[in-house]
Ligand binder design. Structure first.
Ligand code: HEM
Ligand SMILES: [Cu+2]
Length: 541
């Protein structure tokens, strides 16, 4: 409290020292590159996160295409097996920690203050720091590619003993995880503090836009599980270099302990990627259905229930390790329970669209595709939650199909939907609707060509994380690879649409979408919004 008052005094004194500067030019962005290095502005930091995420999406995507090129036909074509495994590992780590998570933090930075009527995030300097850790972390991770033995190749789960048998990368990969964890925890603290303390008067918790709610719950998941992951990888480090035996059976340790620790982080982590997606979809569907969201409070409770349940289902990733019958039954039923609040959400999205005056601009197209295709990923998840059935699916391409359905036409489509939805607000220009629709249709068709056949491959027994396979799997793999390349190149359209809108185009109105100002405070601000918004709090009805 007293500290805050000191700071206010300092700011006030600075004002006086600068004399009679006009409020506006005094508070504009700094010029040049240093603006981005020192910025504490939530919009600038949001932009930094989003640009970084887009770059990492392209890097992770290029790695995916290396994988799909090798798998286009049976036999070894382009890469050696160790490099193949480095690609699968880095692809996953980069997509999860470099693309999806930072992109949602970018959305949060841009939108949460504007949505709750706050002038900025509560802890702006920490905000700068949480972003600027990331580029260093990613450069360090990428540098492992050039080390003795190459990058980590044991999968994004970094299971021992395999990960301990790699080359020089281990301490660097682990320190990368530590940095990413610090960044996430600082970001999460910032979001919680902002939402709990900076809402405009009258913005009660049960009036918060759903995107804000889903992010608050996500932030609690982050704070809870990132330290567990950091601890687990630190134990890997001490096992390798300091003679401990946490995970080494020869020394009295237990490799399965690592799996428990990893998945206590890993399962909530998948919800860290999907809850903000739910928030984006719950924001977009009402706008284009021209109706309020159906079942607002049930959406809040469903999100909170999913968040809670995500902590108590982790061992459904470990059925094949062997576990007592009671454990199998418990994890099966607990996992199945998640389908209940998820079903509530899907029901509410459909009910919102029901008899709505719908139009199908690009954000809505991606949102509808999300509802259909994410739900398919949810259904295969339900199949795998049944422990005796999972013995068949585990470590096959069925798993790969499942999590790609929830992550690509799930989380990534939500990111596309949100980007098209808010891009006119961010840039002040309408994006090219024709190209947006082309991007949508190419992506939606090709993502199914890419991932649907993987269900059949998995059911027929094709293992995941292998560079070569039996000829019986050839046709579906070829199909999948063709889908992958079309999907990959379709994303260049997206990059172009974004660049085009930044550079110019038809001027966007403040409201952008017909009736949008009834769906969120951000649409009552100019497009683009001034550098500082809500310096006086808005009236909340
Ligand atoms: C209805 C909800 C869901 C259920 C019931 C479910 C169930 C499961 C189960 C049982 C597994 C382990 C399968 C195995 O390894 O044998 C699994 C794996 C996975 N799931 Fe889900 N899941 C659901 C939603 C999600 C969501 C929303 C995401 C991400 C956005 C996700 C991402 C993943 C990932 C990444 C894996 C694979 C991890 C790995 O082994 O590398 N799942 N899921
Ligand atoms: Cu899980």
């Amino acid at each position: 409290m007293t500290e805050a008052t000191h700071e206010e005094h300092a700011i006030h004194d600075e004002h006086i020292a600068h004399g009679h500067h006009d409020e506006h030019d005094h508070h504009g962005p700094a010029k040049g590159f240093m603006r981005w290095v020192f910025t504490t502005n939530h919009k600038d930091i949001g932009t930094l996160y989003l640009v970084t995420a887009l770059i990492m999406f392209m890097v992770g995507g290029a790695m995916a295409l290396v994988i799909r090129a090798e798998l286009f036909e049976p036999g070894m074509q382009y890469v050696d097996p160790n490099f193949f495994n480095q690609m699968t590992t880095l692809h996953a780590l980069i997509m999860v920690f470099g693309a999806v998570m930072p992109a949602f933090v970018g959305f949060a930075n841009w939108m949460i203050p504007m949505m709750i009527g706050a002038p900025d995030m509560a802890l702006p300097r920490m905000n700068n720091w949480s972003f600027w850790i990331l580029p260093f972390a990613f450069v360090m991770l990428a540098s492992t590619l050039f080390m003795d033995g190459g990058a980590p190749a044991a999968g994004w789960t970094l299971y021992p003993p395999l990960v301990l048998q790699g080359g020089a990368h281990l301490p660097f990969a682990i320190f990368t995880v530590h940095l990413l964890g610090m960044s996430s925890i600082m970001g999460a603290i910032n979001i919680i503090v902002t939402v709990f303390n900076m809402r405009a008067p009258g913005m009660t918790l049960m009036k918060l836009p759903l995107f804000v709610w889903t992010w608050v719950i996500t932030a609690f998941l982050l704070i809870t599980v990132m330290p567990v992951f950091a601890g687990a990888v630190t134990m890997l480090l001490t096992d390798k270099f300091f003679g401990t035996s946490f995970f080494n059976a020869a020394g009295g340790g237990d490799p399965v302990l690592y799996q428990h620790l990893f998945w206590f982080f890993g399962h909530p982590e998948v919800y860290i990627m999907i809850l903000p997606s739910f928030g984006v979809i719950s924001t977009i569907i009402p706008t284009f259905a021209r109706k309020p969201l159906f079942g607002y409070s049930s959406m809040v409770y469903a999100t909170a229930s999913i968040g809670f349940l995500s902590f108590i289902v982790w061992a459904h990733h470990q059925y094949t390790v062997g576990m007592p019958l009671a454990g199998e039954l418990y994890f099966t039923y607990a996992t199945m329970l998640i389908a209940v609040p998820t079903g509530v959400k899907v029901f509410n999205w459909v009910a919102t669209m029901w008899k709505g005056a719908m139009t199908f601009e690009t954000p809505m197209l991606f949102a509808i595709a999300f509802v259909v295709l994410f739900t398919m990923g949810g259904f295969t998840g339900l199949m795998m939650s049944i422990s005796p059935a999972d013995l068949q699916y585990h470590d096959t391409y069925f798993i790969v199909a499942h999590f790609h359905y929830v992550l690509v036409p799930g989380a990534v489509f939500a990111l596309f939907a949100g980007t098209y939805y808010w891009l006119p607000k961010w840039t002040g220009h309408m994006y090219d609707e024709k190209l947006g629709k082309l991007h949508f249709w190419l992506s939606t068709v090709s993502v199914n060509v890419l991932f649907f056949p993987q269900h059949f491959l998995g059911l027929a027994g094709m293992p995941r994380r292998i560079p070569d396979y039996a000829v019986q799997f050839a046709e579906f793999n070829a199909m999948s690879s063709v889908g992958a390349f079309i999907f990959g190149f379709a994303q260049l359209i997206f990059v172009w649409v974004v660049i085009k809108a930044i550079r110019g185009g038809e001027k966007a109105t403040d409201e952008v979408w017909e009736g949008a100002s009834e769906h969120g405070l951000e649409w009552t601000l100019p497009s683009p919004p001034p550098y500082h918004t809500w310096t006086t709090a808005p009236d909340i009805k």
